[in-house]
Design a protein around this ligand. Structure first.
Ligand code: ADP
Ligand code: TYD
Length: 209
């Protein structure tokens, strides 16, 4: 096993953009390179955080205000960081997470009122870490929504906000990619899965070596 520094990689994008498919494919490729990645997700990724996840992704779309959501997502993220992410990086393992803090920046910070300041303040106090690389899967919201709803998992609280909401998210993620170009790469996610994976592997290789 090659023991080098663990890389912290996040996948971001709107619902149904293909994040979990690509996170699995990236983990499989890293294994072929002799690495031992931890594949994880948010909200969730640790037992306590998974309990908080159920409160967030199920039920009525108006169940929580955006401000309450920021606190719940951050509580789940803190648990994920303490129990899963930090121990894995400390052991030299790569961590691939399906969503991280950028999801809160966009879903809570930029779509239902301007709460970005609150998101950034709480992130700075409670989390204070960014991924080494963030792959933003960029796709037309209509295609992604059709993919996501075809799946109907019972965890569709955010999909239920509708297409206009997904369009705002799409713009938000694109803006984020230009705001943080050192960390973020925009990936065209409208293509076939293998082509997207090849692009992701190229970005990981170029940016992280
Ligand atoms: P996310 O994790 O971003 O919600 P998923 O990876 O779960 O997205 O993909 C959503 C749905 O779209 C799944 O049913 C998946 O099989 C399908 N899918 C994923 N990638 C592609 C692709 N490149 N082309 C067509 N369908 C895809
Ligand atoms: P996820 O399971 O990744 O959904 P999907 O597979 O549909 O992309 O995430 C659950 C939902 O939680 C998703 O709609 C995005 C939302 N979310 C936020 O609103 N803020 C956050 O900080 C995170 C991590 C997720």
């Amino acid at each position: 096993m090659v023991q080098t520094k663990g890389h912290f990689i996040s996948l971001e994008g709107i619902d149904g953009s293909g994040k979990s498919t690509q996170a699995k494919a990236l983990a499989a490729w890293l294994r072929t390179q002799g690495r031992d990645p931890v594949l994880t997700r948010e909200p969730g990724g640790a037992p306590g955080a998974e309990e908080i996840r159920r409160l967030l992704v199920e039920g009525d779309p108006e169940r929580w205000s955006p401000e309450t959501e920021i606190l719940l997502f951050t509580a789940a993220r803190r648990d994920h960081l303490e129990r899963t992410i930090r121990p894995a990086l400390a052991a030299g393992r790569d961590v691939i997470t399906d969503r991280f803090a950028d999801s809160t920046r966009i879903y809570q910070g930029a779509t239902r009122g301007d709460l970005r300041g609150m998101v950034d303040d709480i992130h700075a106090r409670a989390i204070a870490i960014e991924p080494d690389l963030t792959l933003i899967l960029d796709i037309d919201p209509e295609i992604a929504l059709a993919r996501g709803l075809a799946r109907r998992s019972g965890e569709d609280r955010f999909e239920d906000f509708g297409l206009a909401f997904q369009k705002k998210l799409h713009q938000g993620f694109r803006a984020l990619a230009s705001e943080a170009p050192g960390r973020c790469v925009l990936i065209d996610a409208s293509r076939a899965p293998d082509e997207i994976t090849a692009d992701i592997i190229a970005s990981v290789t170029n940016r992280l070596g």
